[in-house]
Write a protein that binds this ligand. Structure first.
Ligand code: SAH
Length: 240
C-alpha cells in the first residue's frame, strides 16, 4: 500500500483513547483505507522504576503532580521523527488556528504529546524544543481531547477524505472570515423563511449575499478576526 498522507504519533498515558471518535465517519474510513496512520504509545512504558512512575511532586511545593522530564524525554526519543513537528498540548501554548492546521497537512506527520496532571517539567519542553499548542483559553484534564481535535482538523483536509459536499476553501477562517449561515428544507420553519436570495437562482447574487453575511458575522462576533481581515485587505490594496 502507498505511504499514508499523514502519520500521527501520539504519546499519552491513555493509548486506549485512540483512535476513539476518529475511528468513525470520514476519518475512520480514511484511517482504515490507509490514507493516514495513527500510532498511540503509552508514556508509562518508558518509566524506569518498579512502580512505573511517570510523575512526581512539584518542586517548590503546591498541589498536583508534574510529569517527569526524563520519562517523557525517553518516550519522545523513541517515537519522534526528527524534522517533523513535535507538539505538546498546553493551555500555555499558542492557540491553534486553521492556518497552522493547513501547514501540518502539508507535512508528512507529527508527534503529539498529551499532558496529564499539572503538565510537563519545563526542562523537557525546552530540551526537545517542543511546539506548545493550546486548544483555547480553558483547561482540559488532559491533552488527549486536544490531540483528537487537532487530528480531526488535519484529517478532513487530506485529499480524498472529504467528499465534494464539503468545500475546504469556503469555510470559516479560510478567507479570514467566519462562514455565512446555512439553510435547507423546509422552506418555512416555525414561521421563519429561507432568505429569498438563496432561492432566486441568481448565483452572482447568492455569492454576494454570502460574502456580506460572512463579513457581518465576523465584524459582530470576532473583532480580532475582523481587524486582521481589514489589514490584509488594505495590504493587498483593495477597498473594503
Ligand atoms: N496546570 C496546567 C493545566 C494542566 S491540565 C495549567 O494551568 O496550565 C493537564 C493537561 O491537559 C496539560 O498538560 C495539557 O496537555 C492538557 N490541556 C489542558 N488544557 C488544554 C488546552 N486548553 N489546550 C491544550 N491542552 C490542554
Amino acid at each position: 500500500m502507498a505511504e499514508p498522507l499523514f502519520q500521527a504519533r501520539v504519546l499519552t498515558l491513555f493509548p486506549d483513547m485512540f483512535p476513539g471518535p476518529l475511528g468513525h465517519s470520514l476519518a475512520g474510513r480514511a484511517l482504515e483505507s490507509g490514507l493516514w496512520s495513527l500510532a498511540a504509545t503509552d508514556i508509562r512504558s518508558f518509566a524506569a522504576d518498579r512502580h512505573r512512575t511517570v510523575d512526581d511532586t512539584p518542586a517548590g511545593g503546591g498541589a498536583g503532580m508534574v510529569m517527569r522530564a526524563d520519562v517523557v524525554a525517553r518516550a519522545v526519543d523513541a517515537v519522534h521523527k526528527g524534522g517533523e513537528p513535535l507538539i505538546y498540548f498546553s493551555p500555555r501554548g499558542r492557540p491553534l488556528t486553521q492556518r497552522r492546521v493547513r501547514e501540518l497537512v502539508a507535512g508528512k506527520g507529527a508527534t503529539l504529546l498529551c499532558g496529564r496532571f499539572e503538565g510537563l517539567d519545563e526542562r523537557v519542553i525546552e530540551a526537545r524544543a517542543m511546539e506548545e499548542v493550546s486548544l483555547g483559553d480553558f483547561v482540559l484534564s488532559g491533552g488527549e481531547i486536544a490531540a483528537l481535535a487537532l487530528l480531526d482538523a488535519i484529517v478532513r483536509l487530506l485529499p480524498g477524505v472529504m467528499g465534494k459536499e464539503i468545500s475546504g476553501t469556503e469555510e470559516s477562517f479560510e478567507a479570514g472570515l467566519l462562514e455565512y449561515p446555512h439553510y435547507t428544507r423546509p422552506p418555512v420553519f416555525e414561521g421563519r423563511e429561507i432568505p429569498p436570495v438563496l432561492i432566486s437562482g441568481d448565483h452572482g447574487k447568492v455569492a454576494q449575499w454570502r460574502r456580506q453575511m460572512a463579513e457581518e458575522a465576523t465584524r459582530a462576533r470576532r473583532a480580532d478576526l475582523w481587524e486582521e481581515y481589514l489589514k490584509e485587505r488594505l495590504a493587498r490594496g483593495k477597498n473594503v
